[in-house]
Design a protein around this ligand. Structure first.
Ligand code: ATP
Ligand code: MG
Ligand code: MG
Ligand code: MG
Length: 437
């Protein structure tokens, strides 16, 4: 992409109403724009990051054996009356009436709808297990939308739903998601800790929240500090038994505020390892048994001929919240520092003298080579002064910068800057390209 043709409305001033770094930086870097309280337009740079995160989430769901579909954002109130959640959900639900006076709503989550879909087609033990997910916008009329995309009203969520014959098989699905989540967050460059969590209004008896530690997090959490550094499981056989991998990660104490037991924390965790911190909830998994399948009659016949409600679980990841979460975890005073996996562009090429024939030609050569290598470069070919170009590149946080100017070229040199460390290397243009490709 050439910056002269792109749409990157960076702000020079720090927006006054943004309280946390990620919110400020997303506004300053021209990633998004608030259209109403908690409702954002995703500008091109923000949209690219959102797409990259979605894709990693998708790949890890697919790897775990989940199957993607897409359900609508608008749902019927009657569906929610079947589960008795229509009134119970309260003011967080945005209720809509259509022209025929039918009561509709903008979905805050999809348990009811997926259960309706499941029961329409699946009647026999031969039809389970099923593990289905979608990545779709949700709406919750949050009382206090804040911190930009971290607590929006409209937000993008990946939600998976499992349908199983019995509890043992449902727990296997739960374990798949548990492991898939650890791998997902690791690919996003995050250290996410699974913590015992309250099941909230969804109900049930087995639940973990995936929390990234950050001072600006809204939840208070308590855990054994070794959990923070524990590596993700990586390549595992999702059809095999995953219980030991889950057990390894649930053996050490980790709980959110609602589930915290101070006495147990002190008894189980040596003082030096006791971590009490603030965290951001980026994912949440639940096993809730037959809560919805009972109410909504989602039953399958068992081999013995009896018909019984399926065991279900649901598994959410806050895809749009992750954009803010990653920035909270990775930025400095100059701007964002994207992990390579989600960077909107792989390399920023800075043309120090646009219009100068040799410099333009060298930039074009680098641009073509890096494009061919799949690095998705962003070439700053504008007439802005070098200082402004450097500031913009640091602000938008691409992992690498390739700086090309007439003075360097005279000696056959270009400069590679690593955003994360600030390290700079003077190299020949060809070596620089080879290094970045
Ligand atoms: P929170 O405690 O932050 O209100 P939640 O527990 O209500 O979140 P879940 O119902 O567990 O949320 O939804 C799954 C995931 O969706 C959450 O883990 C979070 O990452 C994301 N999420 C929930 N609400 C929002 C929101 N208002 N804005 C952005 N992401 C959200
Ligand atoms: Mg909530
Ligand atoms: Mg929560
Ligand atoms: Mg939750």
């Amino acid at each position: 992409m050439r910056l002269s043709r792109y749409f990157l409305p960076v702000l020079k001033e720090t927006p006054a109403d943004a309280q946390i770094a990620s919110h400020r930086l997303m506004l300053r870097a021209g990633m998004m724009r608030q259209e109403s309280a908690g409702i954002y337009a995703w500008l091109p740079l923000g949209h690219r990051v959102l797409q990259k995160i979605s894709q990693i989430v998708r790949e890890e769901q697919d790897r775990a054996g989940a199957v993607e579909l897409l359900m609508p954002t608008i749902q019927s109130a009657d569906l929610w009356r079947e589960s008795n959640r229509y009134d119970a959900y309260g003011k967080e639900m945005l209720r809509i009436t259509d022209r025929h006076d039918r009561e509709m709503l903008y979905g805050p989550t999809n348990e009811e709808m997926i259960t309706e879909i499941f029961r329409a087609y699946c009647r026999s033990y031969k039809d389970v297990p099923k593990l289905l997910y979608h990545i779709q916008w949700k709406f919750r009329d949050e009382i206090r939308p804040r911190f930009g995309v971290m607590r929006g009203r409209e937000f993008l969520m990946k939600d998976t739903y499992s349908f199983d014959l019995d509890e043992a098989s449902a727990r296997a699905a739960y374990n798949k998601m548990f492991i898939a989540y650890l791998n997902t967050f690791a690919r996003l460059g995050l250290k996410a800790v699974p913590m015992r969590a309250d099941t909230g209004p969804i109900g049930g008896d087995l639940s973990h929240e995936f929390i990234i530690l950050a001072e600006t997090g809204e939840s208070e959490v308590f855990c054994h500090s070794d959990l923070v550094e524990m590596a993700a499981p990586g390549d595992v056989d999702f059809e095999g038994d995953l219980q030991h991998l889950v057990d390894q990660r649930t053996a050490l104490y980790a709980a959110t505020e609602e589930m915290h037991e101070a006495a147990r924390f002190e008894a189980e965790v040596p003082e030096a390892k006791r971590l009490s911190a603030r965290g951001i909830e980026v994912g949440h998994i639940f096993y809730f048994g037959t809560k919805y399948s009972d109410a909504m009659k989602a039953e399958v016949t068992h081999p013995d001929g009896s018909s019984r409600p399926v065991h279900m679980g649901s598994y959410g990841i806050g895809v749009s919240r992750l954009v803010g979460g990653i920035i909270e975890a990775s930025h400095d005073e100059n701007g964002i520092i994207w992990p390579e996996s989600v960077a909107p562009f792989g390399v920023g090429i800075v043309n120090l003298k646009a219009g100068d024939t040799d410099t333009d030609a060298a930039c074009a050569k680098a641009y073509d080579a890096l494009t061919a290598a799949g690095k998705e470069p962003l070439l700053d070919d504008t007439n802005e002064r070098p200082g402004g170009k450097f500031a913009t590149m640091d602000l938008i946080g691409l992992p690498y910068q390739l700086v090309i100017g007439p003075r360097g070229l005279k000696e056959g040199k270009a400069e590679v800057k690593i955003r994360k460390t600030g390290e700079r290397h003077e190299l020949s243009l060809d070596d620089a390209i080879a290094r970045l490709a």
